[in-house]
Ligand binder design. Structure first.
Ligand code: MSP
Length: 632
């Protein structure tokens, strides 16, 4: 269904050695039966990462105001996306989630290094370039750039963008290969099997559908026989088994662990890590007739990304800049590479394992994974242009439980965005500011802390955002604690984090409707004073929403914050501690009421109202009619 946005304020914009890992974990005695707690420890512990540099923002994020010298580090990655085709909503999904997690960790004042990038070698990419009539290099430049542009449109504030064709990356891959070779884990052999070019993987015939079709891409696999170099994965079977048994939270969500353990138990086969028939790739050291297999190349991007351009490209320098990663965020289809191949490769090279691999679900269309190969994608650029980055980010993070699959429907998208962002939050702000303007010259009559003494709304808000980190484990897990939003963010429960913040908005609406300040103002005297206090209370709740929802909808939250009379610099300097009640002070002057989020109107409704599409797009910058200011 075609629709339009009435105004577009939206888019402003894991041992070293395994033993070190084990001993630290065990000494902390946190092999808890409770995965949630363990997860939280992994995500918040800094003891596995050393010497992480100051987060250097190469993209849109600059962390100028933060003194990071004593801060914990948090290094997270998205997959490096294949550049066979432009990005689609499925690829954007992981990155949006990663960005929200990175933003939340920055609010906790961690030294965050958020890594993303593009995977540019291999047969699939060379084939896509040839089909376009361009050279592989030109093709990669163009698609990689399309990813960067999309990340800008989606307000993705990454710190490092690695391309596997970067020379520093190539140098690191060769050094890594040589280390593994020196460790006796690479040998030469013939291999014959069925290969899926889209997966860039030899397949086990038992997994295939009729006509040897790949179950993921629904395309026939091709029979290949090659003389290749192999990685001795089978040598690492026992160590991998032990790792997962002792650190069950390495794979998240926890229900994916069984699958990984099943693969390992069924027996690990060595895999081919070079290709004789593929030119577009990194040459195998001492054998330029073969190139390194794309996965043995791309996974190293998580380490090479840590290098600054001016640094000498070697493993030691990269590792000391932030490895191991705290979190690899990936889709469930590439779990085997991240939870089996990658840890074994790292063990072979004597490097630390990442702390956690989280495999999220798929965005689906008619039950099938949305993807470039099936051609059933949703265009993220189109969605952003129509609805704004905040709407796109919010919908997919709020409505798809992180870890599970989720289907997209435009009707549901519009309903959710209108109900949550335009009404519950946007309209609450707008009508409160309207009342303040009309009755109090847009100026706060009292401190929010004083206004809310003994106030029930304040208690509700505090329970939703507060996180009293006590040493006792049970206090984190115990019932009765409603430290919802922060706990959910920490546990990567992004949908629940949104829900907790939305509850503040709902409570604010209930409060203002119950108090009816518009009539109290009319009564004058002490009723007038009560009404003025009520507005301060609601606005303080909205200030807290603006911080607590900022990892999800950063642009919208900046607009809210500036409507509350703060500068952009002040917004950029906030921390999670600022969700504490009491930020708004007496005398603070609010901005003129100006709707922060326009309702999305269906075109059919617009037509009924006599508007043409042209007119509709012209009205995009205008105040939506549903955003009426002043009275309830
Ligand atoms: N290049 C490899 C990753 C190498 S990481 C060192 C790759 N690239 S990909 O472009 O095919 O996929 C990148 C990510 O996008 C994967 O995590 C995949 O799960 C995710 N998605 C692709 N389609 C998706 C959906 N329809 N839904 C959610 N995520 C999906 O694999």
């Amino acid at each position: 269904m075609a629709c339009r946005v009435q105004h577009s304020m939206q888019n402003s914009l894991w041992f070293l050695s395994s033993s070190r890992f084990y001993s630290t974990i065990q000494s902390q005695n946190v092999r808890s039966k409770n995965p949630k707690y363990f997860c939280k420890k992994l995500l918040s512990s800094s003891s596995f990462s050393k010497g992480v540099r100051h987060c250097s923002a190469t993209a849109s994020y600059t962390d100028a105001n933060i003194n990071h010298s004593n801060a914990e580090s948090f290094v997270l990655t998205t997959p490096l996306y294949y550049v066979n085709a432009p990005p689609h909503m499925g690829s954007a999904y992981t990155t949006i989630a990663a960005d929200a997690i990175a933003r939340f960790q920055r609010l906790l004042r961690k030294k965050v290094i958020f890594i993303t990038g593009t995977d540019e070698h291999g047969e699939k990419i060379a084939g896509a370039a040839a089909a376009n009539g361009s050279s592989p290099r030109e093709h990669c430049d163009s698609v990689s750039q399309a990813y960067k542009l999309l990340w800008r449109d989606l307000d993705i504030a990454y710190d490092k963008f690695i391309r596997t064709t970067d020379s520093k990356h190539e140098a690191l891959v060769k050094e890594f290969y040589s280390k593994v070779l020196a460790n006796g884990d690479i040998y030469r052999a013939d291999y014959e099997g069925l290969y899926c070019v889209n997966c860039e993987e030899y397949k086990d015939e038992k997994e295939l559908l009729e006509n040897n079709c790949c179950p993921m891409h629904l395309k026939p696999c091709v029979r290949r026989k090659e003389d290749n170099y192999f990685f001795a994965l089978s040598k690492y079977q026992k160590r991998l088994e032990d790792t997962l048994t002792e650190n069950p939270d390495f794979v998240q969500p926890s229900f994916r662990l069984n699958e990984v353990q099943g693969w390992i138990k069924s027996g690990l086969r060595d895999f081919s890590i070079s290709r004789a028939s593929v030119d577009w790739g990194i040459a195998v050291p001492n054998d330029d007739k073969q190139t390194i297999y794309v996965w043995f190349d791309a996974l190293l991007g998580y380490i090479s990304a840590l290098l600054d351009d001016k640094e000498k490209p070697n493993l030691q320098t990269a590792i000391s800049s932030g490895w191991p990663a705290s979190l690899h965020l990936i889709g469930k289809d590439i779990l085997r590479f991240h939870a089996v191949y990658w840890p074994a490769m790292l063990m072979s090279a004597g490097l630390s394992l990442p702390k956690m691999v989280f495999g999220h679900g798929f965005l689906t269309k008619d039950g099938l994974k949305m993807g470039k190969s099936l051609g059933n994608t949703l265009e993220p650029t189109d969605l952003v242009h129509r609805f704004g980055s905040d709407a796109v980010r919010y919908f997919f993070l709020k409505e798809v439980e992180f870890g599970s699959d989720g289907d997209y429907s435009e009707d549901r998208f519009i309903n959710i965005i209108n109900a949550h962002l335009a009404n519950t939050i946007g309209n609450l702000l707008n009508r409160t500011l309207g009342l303040l303007k009309k009755n109090c010259q847009s100026t706060l009559a009292t401190d929010s802390a004083i206004a809310a003494e003994g106030n029930a709304l304040k208690d509700t808000v505090e329970k939703l955002v507060k996180f009293a980190y006590e040493k006792s484990h049970s206090s984190l897990l115990g019932k009765g604690h409603a430290e919802k939003a922060r706990k959910h963010y920490e546990n990567l429960e992004l949908s629940s984090a949104c829900e907790a913040v939305l509850e503040i908005g709902n409570a604010g609406n209930v409060y203002i409707d119950g108090q009816a300040p518009w009539s109290l103002f009319k009564q004058g005297g002490s009723a007038f004073e009560t009404a003025a206090k009520d507005l301060v209370i609601v606005l303080e709740a909205l200030r807290i929403i603006a911080i607590a929802l900022s990892p999800i909808t950063p642009s919208l939250c900046l607009r809210i914050y500036t409507q509350l009379g703060y500068s952009e610099d002040q917004f950029n300097a906030v921390t999670w501690n600022d969700t504490k009640w009491g930020g708004l002070k007496c005398g603070q002057v609010m901005a003129q009421p100006n709707p922060v989020f326009g309702r999305i109107e269906l075109e059919t409704e617009a037509k009924n109202a006599g508007d043409s599409t042209n007119k509709a797009s012209k009205k995009m910058n205008k105040t939506p009619k549903t955003q009426k200011a002043v009275e309830a």
